[in-house]
Design a protein around this ligand. Structure first.
Ligand code: ZN
Length: 474
């Protein structure tokens, strides 16, 4: 039987821990949740999660989690009081937010590396979400020693987060075959709202086909939007589902973009289908943010109790958006006088690809590529990265370790050297972070090239955030 005494002690301890954490050392963002969990046990989490009268929505995926969560919070907080947490995407952070905030609806970013290191099915059971939002799934920074195929276990972990859901709505990207497949499998249990692009104006070139998540054959694409996201079908019958929320038109200009979005989806709160039409004017925020925009609008329209507000709220939020909604450490192109430097996090193939597409918009001459490598057991990431580096046709390549292993970085460097014999290598490890930041900064500033791209693996804040600060402040 559930112990209310234990629960109340846990709740109190969590609140006390919050106040201590606010004034003392340590993270105020997760410590109270940790204490609460420790004292109250798992049942207490179930109990406190049920305090949210409407329920919780979890945002998950490889890239775009933080931005999608941030946008969803901006949208939803116009209509209802919410409890939320983002960037620190652990169960402790979610519990901390539930403990210390007020509101009927929870919006939480939740990240999972793989089933062994995350606890997606446990989180699903404890939080019992009414919504799971998927952004996109691609191979990313995952260090799973001894696991032969880390991507499979990573993909399974993402599936597990919604697998046990018997009520609510799954919001998922239908242009990504992996997230679409999760949605199709959940249609038997819950409603699924898909979002995607429905205009040929957006087109990625080259062959980025991936394996069919259902049968393993290579998928047949009639159109690529961005990397492996596009219009696809397979011999086994698996094909892209139709989006409920779709981008039907886009007009680009250098100062802003006009997006036309049509929606026809199931709203969980009023329990009926609703339609909306949006014309939004946004900053030129990059193609990947189109997906983050669609994900956040779909999730918002699915869970807002005020369906009559959807069009006005979406316009209010997006028409007033500035670039500050993008998290620190993310890729940016900076003009430093004699050259343009594009720099920021590119932890996986998808992220690095997006960065290089962004850089290409500005490119008008030879390019130097300063690349920070992945770690040991991350050969898959390196493969994806290296394809992208080569596609940029750089005049010169510089290699530094982006993660812990210097030895592995040197191995990656030796592969690169075969195609780029004059490539340089600086074996600076994690312990030399200050020196490494200094070096990266110096390499960018003193480059002989007018165009420099600096991206790959590295700590979001501790490395990319710091280098960006240094370069922008000059
Ligand atoms: Zn198939």
């Amino acid at each position: 039987m559930f112990s209310f005494i234990k629960f109340n002690i846990a709740k109190l301890s969590g609140k006390v821990a919050y106040h201590l954490a606010k004034h003392g050392p340590g993270s105020g963002g997760t410590y109270p949740g940790y204490i609460f969990k420790k004292i109250g046990g798992p049942e207490s989490i179930q109990k406190i999660a049920s305090d949210l009268n409407t329920g919780s929505v979890l945002v998950n995926g490889t890239n775009g989690k933080t931005t999608t969560t941030t946008l969803l919070i901006k949208l939803m907080s116009n209509d209802v009081q919410i409890r939320s947490s983002y960037e620190n995407n652990t169960l402790n952070a979610i519990v901390t937010a539930i403990l210390n905030q007020e509101g009927d609806l929870g919006i939480f970013e939740y990240g999972i590396r793989d089933a062994a290191h995350g606890i997606p099915n446990t989180v699903q059971k404890l939080i019992n979400p009414i919504g799971v939002v998927y952004t996109t799934i691609s191979r990313e920074h995952i260090q799973v020693a001894g696991v032969k195929n880390p991507f499979n276990s990573y993909y399974n972990a993402k599936k597990l987060l919604s697998e046990g859901m018997q009520e609510g709505v799954v919001v998922t990207n239908c242009d990504d075959p992996r997230t679409a497949f999760i949605g199709l499998n959940k249609e038997k249990d819950v409603k699924v709202n898909y979002y995607g692009i429905a205009t040929d104006v957006i087109e990625d070139i080259g062959d980025k086909s991936v394996e069919c998540p259902k049968c393993g054959r290579l998928l047949d694409y009639s159109h690529f939007y961005l990397n492996h996201r596009g219009i696809y079908a397979c011999e086994c019958g698996f094909k892209r589902p139709e989006p409920n929320v779709k981008l039907t038109d886009i007009e680009f200009s250098s100062s802003s973009w006009d997006l036309t979005i049509e929606g026809d989806l199931f709203n969980y709160v009023v329990s009926e289908n609703i339609k909306f039409n949006l014309k939004l004017n946004v900053p030129p925020f990059g193609l990947h943010n189109i997906y983050n925009t669609l994900a956040s609008i779909t999730a918002y329209a699915t869970f807002t109790p005020k369906v009559e507000n959807i069009e006005t709220t979406a316009k209010k939020v997006f028409n007033n958006l500035d670039m500050s909604f993008i998290p620190t450490g993310r890729f940016e192109v900076v003009d430093i006088g004699d050259k343009l430097v594009g720099l920021g996090q590119g932890d996986n193939g998808d992220a690095l690809k997006i960065n290089t597409m962004f850089m290409k918009l500005y490119l008008d001459g030879p390019l130097e590529f300063i690349y920070t490598t992945p770690d040991e057991y991350e050969d898959e990431i390196f493969e994806d990265h290296y394809e992208i580096i080569k596609s940029m046709n750089p005049g010169h390549v510089v290699v530094l370790p982006g993660r812990k292993s210097i030895k592995k970085a040197e191995e990656y460097y030796n592969i690169i050297k075969k195609d780029y014999p004059d490539a340089d290598f600086y074996p600076l490890g994690y312990d030399e972070m200050k020196i490494k930041i200094e070096k990266l900064h110096e390499l960018a500033i003193n480059s002989d090239y007018e165009y420099v791209i600096m991206s790959g693996c590295g700590e979001e804040q501790a490395m990319w955030g710091e280098i960006k600060k240094k370069i922008i402040n000059e």
